[in-house]
Write a protein that binds this ligand. Sequence first.
Ligand SMILES: [Zn+2]
Length: 543
Amino acid sequence: MKISCAVMVAAQAVAVCAGLTTDAVAQGRPSSAELQAVVAVEAARKAGEPELYALLKTMPKGGELHMHLSGAVYAETFIAEGAKLGLCVASVDAGSPAVPVGQGAVRFVKPSATGCATGQVPASDAFKRQPLYDDLVDSFSMRSFVPTQGINGHDQFFATFERFGSVQGVGGEWLDEVATRAAAQNEQYLEIMHTPPFIKAATLGYKLGWPEGAEHSVTHEQLAQLRDALLKGGLRQEVADDSRALDAMEQQRNEIERCKETAGSERSAGCDVSTRYLYQVLRGFAPQQVFAQTLLGFETASADPRFVGINFVMPEDGYLSMRDYHLQMQMLEYLHSVYPKVHIALHAGEVAPGLVPPDGLTFHIREAVELAHAERIGHGVDVLYEKDSAGLLKDMAEKHVAVEINLTSNDVILGIKGSDHPLAAYRKAHVPFTLSTDDEGVSRIDLTHEYVRAVEEQGLGYLDLKQSARSALEFSFLPGESLWRAKGQYTQRINTCAAAITAKSEPAESCRKFLQENKKAAEEWELEQRLANFEDKLTASRL
Ligand SMILES: [Zn+2]
């Protein structure tokens, strides 16, 4: 819905009005610098996608709250690592006697003691045989994908993870890749989903089993007993393993990026991107494994502040994910009561009509919010198919439950795009939203691409994008207080830091002290400064 142009200053032409929406303007009357940015984005939109991309690449984006580490890595990186690790390439077709170079899907496999098996080739061959290299890139991503009988975008997307899954290292290079890409797009914070080691917890879970009669519904008492048994069985020992694994990953990233070196050296811009982690739990397994891994996630997040929360992953439409959805929300309800400080974000509503039966579309987001205490919803695509969807949207807005919007992912996995996407409904209901990539490597996109898509496909203007950028920090699980007086309302900052933030201003002493003690507010202050700088530059370029 467009606002009346009467609120604009006369000098701003029609183009300004075209780029503004009531929701964005509800965040406060736009400044003249903001209006210049609105005009610039609208002009770039009309000029074409590359122009819009070039402009939005430099726009400060705050950060990203929905990205999976392995899915964020590009195929080219996996190929280089696979060659370095001495992996082999095999056909994904078990019946195929040899790697079908130039004509089929392939995957990495570990070599045997004697090397690559008959019909397989070394990954390093890809550097000498372009068709093999092309097959690997296509097999590890959505590039060149065309649906065929029995294989749709959903299948290809999730199949990629198994194909590059043999590339296992410390992960520092992956962190470097995502942080470097984020820095190049004016992002300052990443909340990365990652699965740390959990084999001991899972083994213990299977040893103890699942309470009898609790196949469809489980009580807090039953879960408390199971938790006691898991802790007695030594589950906490793996917490230290998980922290050590993250230490190694971060250390490797810091070395690659030369983060210890001072300015003017070869220190990478990626060093300045703050990262925190969401403990990723695999939901498509038996309840005893899911509960054990989730408990390990809560324990790890309680012990290691770098893990700021947990999330559940794997296809939500999978058999076990669907069968046990309610049960898994009950697990989270119980664990939230034991560990109330651990934040929860959940993939919920990443399903679409036809993918699952109609009943499967009616309750996932609501249970994630009401039972599992999710503070953020990932995807939320089926929201309008949920029971009392209007009531659910109202609840989300009132409780400040944000939705992480992944436009490209929803298109390639679910076939949902344009007016079929519920972003407009969320915005109309004032549910906070933030744009994210989900799996930028698999989709071969970046966050700027999603900003562009939001403008072109969803009709967002500069002020809406600015809201998304601010929400990426406001609804992050960073510790500390917010810079803003009311959650998600970017009109008034707290009194201590109420002074205007310009491209060159320094915080007053009391504000500086507050920012030192509150990481979230500090990142938000930094974003305001970057935004002021961006808008100033646009204004200067138009004068
Ligand atoms: Zn996701």
